[in-house]
Design a protein around this ligand. Structure first.
Ligand code: SF4
Ligand code: SF4
Length: 161
């Protein structure tokens, strides 16, 4: 499990380098964390964030916030990400994959807020498989899911003898 978390954090560094080529910078904005977003956070990423912040209450709020595979957030206090601090991300170093690619990539070419600096510069995508380094990311998340299943199976049927 720990090695997967390490790999995930190395992967995030690689992804950020890859995305730097767009030469755009959000600056102090945070609009997409409160007005519109399509956010999926994978169990491996939840584990990563949970271990870093060590705050069960905030994690519960974040789990509720990302409770569906795909959520649309359109304004309203309840739609704000609980990790947003002012206009900034309070978990920036270990924010999820989709928070990293958002802006650089635009779902169906129409998910970016009006004032987003990436508007007109983003790469359109129609399915997650088109996102950058997605296969590598997907292998990591699947590896985690498999490990969790194995551990759950062992707990149900402990080896005899
Ligand atoms: S985790 Fe950070 S970047 Fe992602 S929605 Fe929350 S505040 Fe925004
Ligand atoms: S991706 Fe766009 S809307 Fe989101 S914080 Fe960056 S500039 Fe703002």
């Amino acid at each position: 499990m720990d090695s997967l978390l390490k790999k995930l954090n190395c992967f995030y560094e690689k992804l950020d380098l890859y995305l730097q080529s767009s030469k755009k910078d959000c600056g102090v904005c945070g609009e997409c964390c409160k007005v519109t977003s399509v956010l999926r956070v994978y169990p491996l990423e939840m584990e990563n964030i949970g271990r870093r912040i060590n705050n069960r209450v905030k994690m519960k709020r974040f789990r509720d916030f990302t409770g569906n595979d795909l959520i649309d957030i359109w304004g309203g206090t309840s739609g704000h990400c609980p990790f947003q601090e002012g206009d900034l991300c309070g978990i920036y170093a270990f924010r999820p994959y989709q928070c990293r690619v958002y802006g650089h990539y635009d779902y169906k070419g129409r998910s970016l807020p009006v004032r987003c600096v990436y508007r007109g510069h983003a790469v359109r995508y129609d399915s997650r498989e088109e996102l950058p380094l997605y296969d590598e990311f997907s292998n990591l998340t699947e590896g985690y899911d498999e490990t969790v299943r194995e551990v759950a199976g062992l707990n149900k049927n402990p080896p005899s003898g």
